[in-house]
Design a protein around this ligand. Structure first.
Ligand code: DOR
Ligand code: ZN
Length: 463
């Protein structure tokens, strides 16, 4: 007897589309076959007309647990992720305490284990000379990759991000200079793990912000974009590519927002540099023109830019320049978002809406069904060292499955989100195509966008 049978569906991977039945036992995929097996199963899902994907993975989630659990916590973020078709998340390290060494790693792993509805992996945080010598040990604990917030000032005691840096504030560690950043690349190279970077040049942003007259622009958002231009991303990415060449480290460029960066990445990959890149739904689904409709909820770092950027990002997804899409789920309270655009923190809730928006994009002809399996399953798993246990449909691997109905439509409502914060850019947006079953190691954890038991049965997975 199997635990679960998924019958009559179409299995989709980056390279195959195949009508087959899938059976799970003991949390693993036990059989994939054209036959209906006589043994039967405790639970059967009729997937006729539906598409069976390797469980979607969100590699970029800030759950705010600990440190800011009034914005979000791990039970809520992983519930929201599960409702949006995600079976594994990779949790960002900028919690309090931040994941900067083996001790903090152990504490965070224990904290999150008790609240995980999906499986989860952990990022490690780079804070330059303050923890370069701890990274090898941290890698040994099982972090999947290291994150460096290039261009951010950080709080002296918590290492929390400073969203709007004031050089006069003595409680901050100013953005690191390029020399210190090089030492981070050297230190991460020794671990064998990727270094992933937030890419914004702080000096350029400060200079432009200091001289910005908001009234000179069509609206406040255009002024913000002037202060955080594509050039700020490009400068950092150019330096990072050279640092990757010099150290050999796998460089991963986070949340790419600008068309110029897509071009740089394409060329660097062609030249054989060990570099990958990602983007997020907000850079793919909305533009600066939507500011009037969406308001402050649109604010993210790097910022959402123009149609030409969006077009280049889609082209980058289609030709493989961008290997994955992730949410950059970054909740803040509605109250915090309700102030002047320059003052408020950046980020929104997005793990629950990511897969629905990307499935909708398949229906809109922006990418094909197989590429969806690459950007949401296979490539995220590869980046984090989880493949093929996660991100594939192979006998013997974890039975993590997302079943997609490409016909089912739904209007996203902020109030319906399962996160604590309801800050989203997609309130009232109708998507066609939804994840209808989220299955974690053979157990259905969400159905039709709602949790099944809500119990934290998720486990830590080592990267
Ligand atoms: O908009 C953002 N918010 N971008 C980031 O890089 C960090 C994030 C956060 O943690 O709030
Ligand atoms: Zn982020």
């Amino acid at each position: 007897m199997f635990d679960l049978a998924i019958l009559g569906g179409t299995l989709v991977t980056p390279t195959q589309t195949q009508k087959a039945n899938l059976y799970a036992r003991g949390g693993r995929i036990a059989a994939i076959t054209a036959d209906v097996l006589e043994e039967g199963a405790l639970e059967t899902i009729d997937a006729t007309g539906l598409f069976v994907y390797p469980g979607f993975i969100d590699t970029h989630v800030h759950s705010r647990d600990g440190g800011a659990t009034h914005k979000e916590d791990f039970l809520h973020s992983t519930t929201a992720a599960a409702c949006g078709g995600i079976t594994t998340i990779c949790e960002m390290p900028n919690a309090i305490p931040a994941v900067i060494d083996a001790e903090a790693f152990a504490a965070q792993k224990a904290n999150l284990c008790a609240k995980a509805v999906t499986d989860f992996a952990l990022w490690g945080l780079c804070i330059g000379g303050r923890n370069n010598d701890k990274l090898v040990e941290l890698a040994g604990c099982g972090v999947g990759a290291f994150k460096f917030f290039w261009g951010y000032a950080i709080n002296k005691t918590t290492y929390g991000l400073v969203y709007n840096y004031d050089p006069a504030d003595t409680n901050m560690i100013p953005p690191m200079d390029d020399g210190e950043v090089f030492s981070i690349f050297q230190a991460v190279a020794k671990t064998g793990k990727p270094i992933a970077i937030h890419a914004e040049n702080a000096n350029l942003i400060r200079e432009l912000t200091d001289h910005c007259v908001v009234g000179d622009y069509k609206n406040e958002y255009e002024a913000l974009l002037h202060c955080r231009p594509a050039l700020a991303e490009v400068l950092v990415v150019q330096t990072a590519i050279e640092y990757s060449k010099a150290t050999g480290v796998h460089l991963h460029i986070l949340h790419i927002s600008a068309k110029e960066t897509v071009g740089l990445l394409r060329e660097a990959k062609k030249a054989g540099v060990n570099v990958t890149g990602e983007t997020c739904p907000h850079y793919l689904c909305i533009t600066a023109d939507d500011y009037g409709r969406i308001g402050n909820m649109i604010k993210c770092y790097p910022p959402v830019r123009y149609q030409a950027d969006q077009d280049a990002l889609w082209a980058g997804i289609a030709d493989g320049t961008l290997s994955l899409v992730c949410s950059d789920h970054a909740p803040h309270t509605e109250k915090e978002k309700n102030d002047s655009l320059f003052k408020i923190p950046s980020g929104m809730c997005s793990t629950e809406s990511m897969a629905p928006l990307m499935i909708d994009a398949v229906n809109a002809g922006k990418l094909d069904k197989n590429r969806l399996a690459a950007i949401l399953s296979q490539e995220p798993a590869k980046l984090f060292g989880l493949y093929p246990r996660k991100g594939s449909l192979q006998v013997g691997t974890d039975a993590d499955i997302t079943i997609v109905d490409f016909e089912k439509a739904k209007t996203i409502r902020a109030a319906d989100l399962h996160s604590i914060s309801k800050v989203t850019a997609y309130d009232g947006v109708t998507v066609k195509g939804l994840p209808v079953y989220t299955i974690l190691r053979g157990q259905v954890i969400a159905k039709e966008g709602e949790p099944v038991t809500g119990k934290p049965t998720g486990q830590f997975v080592e990267g």
